[in-house]
Design a protein around this ligand. Structure first.
Ligand code: BJW
Length: 237
């Protein structure tokens, strides 16, 4: 790594686990309690919008009103962005706002944001921190019943993919933190970087992900310990 080299960091639910938010595929994760087909697909929303709104309302309320704070891993990534001389881009699959709260600015939410909603008809996103009712009216086009969480469900296109692939093509270091590697296209980023041939790739996770063998280096443990130590190492070179 040279001074101005750029770094891309992919984060998943594991980075927010120690802040009190559930992951998806761990034993006690979200998909052990609800079927993803019911709450995280456009079909599920069409079938039962009230169930889907209730699912996201509960998670939004927990994020806003619960005792949820950025942990040492989020804070370390914000420090890396402040102190590293080159570009640091955090691409998160998480819809929580813990990276922002920790101070990260160069951030892409590829699966959307829990604190935003959008209109399914006019597509306009709005900041939103309350419960969303099924029959709410779009503040812009005034249609009733068209508002939905601003999240990316299975079968939908993740956000800002051009910017992400451009950053992956240029980076000298790709770091994956707290993601199981089950969900594409994020799970394929390590292969994209490996094909580019120049960058170092490292996984920081509690246990090896689906794509662990594709990384040049893997370190296993809780994000709140691994990430601050890794950032310290990078900055003290
Ligand atoms: C810790 C820790 C601690 C715990 N410290 N670590 C067949 C083959 C390939 C692809 C497909 C296929 N069939 C369909 C697809 C596509 C599909 C897909 O990938 N399906 C798979 C399930 C097979 N993908 C899509 O549909 C996506 N769109 C798409 O592909 O569009 C076309 C396209 C093509 C080409 C280019 C671009 C686009 C959309 C995916 C949308 C995912 N949406 C969700 C819900 C979002 C909103 C919400 O939060 O409700 O996103 S699903 C859910 O999974 C959520 C997450 O962001 C995502 C990833 O989960 P994540 O973060 O990895 O969490 P976990 O729980 O799986 O893992 C946690 C990890 O943390 C574990 O490893 C733990 O060990 C670890 N951990 N504690 C460190 N303390």
């Amino acid at each position: 790594m040279a001074g101005k080299d750029s770094i891309v960091i992919l984060t998943g639910a594991g980075i927010s686990k120690e802040s009190g938010l559930d992951t998806f595929r761990d034993k006690d994760g979200i998909w052990s309690k609800v079927r993803l087909e019911d709450v995280a697909t456009p079909d599920g929303f069409r079938r039962d919008p009230a169930r889907v709104q209730a699912f996201y309302n509960t998670r939004r309320r927990n994020l806003v009103e619960g005792d949820i704070r950025p942990n040492a891993a989020h804070l370390a990534l914000a420090r890396l962005e402040r102190e590293w001389p080159g570009e640091v881009l955090v691409v998160t699959q998480n819809i929580d706002d813990l990276h922002e709260r920790a101070g990260t600015e160069n951030l892409i939410h590829m699966h959307g944001e829990l604190l935003k909603i959008r209109c399914g008809k006019c597509a306009r996103p709005f900041a939103w921190s309350e419960d969303l009712a099924v029959d709410a009216k779009c503040p812009d086009c005034h249609r009733t019943g068209s508002l939905r969480p601003h999240v990316v469900w299975f079968g939908e296109m993740p956000l800002h993919m051009d910017r992400i692939f451009d950053a992956l093509a240029r980076c000298a270091l790709f770091v994956s933190i707290g993601t199981s590697g089950h969900v594409y296209p994020a799970a394929g980023f390590v292969q994209t970087v490996a094909n580019q041939g120049r960058a170092h790739t490292i996984e920081l996770n509690l246990e090896p992900s689906e794509g662990a063998s594709l990384f040049r280096e893997t370190r296993m443990g809780p994000a709140s310990q691994l990430v601050p130590a890794f950032v310290e190492e990078l900055l003290s070179r």
